[in-house]
Write a protein that binds this ligand. Structure first.
Ligand SMILES: *Cc1c(COP(=O)(O)O)cnc(C)c1O
Length: 350
């Protein structure tokens, strides 16, 4: 099997880091307070094992989503619930399905479990046919919604129609839900074959903490609790994640800043003649073009290098025709966006 390739984490300062969809703002102060409280008395609590099933985080998520706490499974990053789902439901003869392009981690997790991967290509307008996915034969299908790296969101009605006709388990990876207008949590409440996964990494600015959870139908939650490691989320992560979920105001303020920057960046790039995807995420997929350089993978690589020389880091997705000509640009602070726009202008004008 081949390992997952994470985005570059450059060492040393001075980078405008727009390559791994981290949140440019600090996390909720309440998350920090919760961790400080957990470290009181010179860390006395660290001697003790944490809640084995991450009760603080699960209770906060239950309140937030109006979901039964017993049917929420927490993990060390949402990659952990994704892994548990594949461990429990996929394997030899039980394949994993995904749209192409979407999150490149699923095939890595599938390979570790000896499961085949069924890749359903998205159409050039980024849509998929319900029938094609429903009949693809996968035991578990991962629907990244909003999609990464395209940035677009599928409508809940369409996802519901898919869930109702797909005979296997449909996992909706909502890593970017905080930046979208809709989500599919109601489907996980209503349908026996829908799981929704969430992360604290993107919307809540806690990528360094590693916390996520899955909202599951009762039978699935029961299975995931059986296959997960006990104590799969550490004490600090449990309380910090819970506090972050509870601080809805912090989330609303930072998300609205990010969405405003997203709109501004999109408008600037369109003005330069770049093609920009609509986005329901904290990144834009944009195709650079200039008078000398038509849209192509070589043009994208050229723009990437030009930006990198100016210590601006974005991401290329050269392996799929729907993304090969584009740059994925995470939304940063207003200052970072201004730096990016200045560099994009300089590249476009040659
Ligand atoms: C970032 C991301 C995740 C995982 O989040 P982590 O907190 O880094 O584990 C899951 N799915 C998608 C599509 C993502 O982009």
């Amino acid at each position: 099997m081949v390992a997952y390739t994470p985005g570059e984490q450059p060492q040393g300062g001075g980078w405008v880091k727009l390559n791994t969809n981290e949140n440019p703002y600090p996390p909720s102060p309440r998350a920090l307070e919760a961790m400080r409280a957990a470290l009181a008395d010179e860390g006395a609590l660290l001697r003790l094992y944490p809640s084995p099933d991450a009760a603080p985080l699960r209770q906060a998520a239950a309140r937030l989503h109006g979901f039964d706490e017993r049917h929420i499974v927490a993990g060390d990053g949402p990659d952990d619930p994704l892994n548990l789902l594949i461990r429990a439901y996929a394997g030899p003869g039980r394949s994993v399905g995904m749209l192409m392009p979407s999150y490149s981690l699923y095939p890595v997790l599938a390979a570790a479990q000896g499961a085949e991967v069924i890749r359903v290509p998205l159409m050039p307008d980024y849509s998929f046919e319900i029938e094609t996915v429903a009949r693809c034969g996968a035991a578990v299908f991962f629907l990244t919604n909003p999609n990464a790296p395209l940035g677009v969101a599928f409508k809940p009605e369409k996802v519901r129609a898919l869930a109702e006709s797909f005979p296997g388990l449909l996992v909706i990876d909502e890593a970017y839900a905080a930046f979208a207008e809709t989500d599919c949590v109601e489907l996980a409440k209503a349908l026996p074959n829908v799981v929704v996964t969430r992360t604290l990494s993107k919307g809540h600015a806690l990528a360094g903490l590693r916390a996520g959870y899955a909202l599951c139908p009762p039978e699935v939650a029961e299975v995931l609790h059986r296959v997960r490691d006990s104590y799969n989320l550490d004490r600090l992560a449990q309380v910090a994640a819970a506090a972050a979920l509870e601080d809805r105001e912090w989330l609303a303020v930072t998300v609205s800043k990010i969405c405003a920057s997203r709109t501004m960046l999109s408008e600037e790039l369109v003005r330069l003649g770049w093609k920009v995807n609509p986005s329901a995420t904290n990144f834009l997929l944009a195709t650079p073009v200039s008078a000398q350089c038509p849209a192509s993978a070589a043009t994208a690589a050229h723009a990437f290098d030009f930006l990198r020389q100016r210590k601006i880091l974005v991401r290329l997705f050269p392996h799929h025709p729907l993304t090969a000509n584009a740059l994925r640009i995470s939304i940063g602070t207003e200052v970072e966006m201004a730096q990016f726009v200045a560099a994009a202008k300089a590249w476009t004008k040659g």
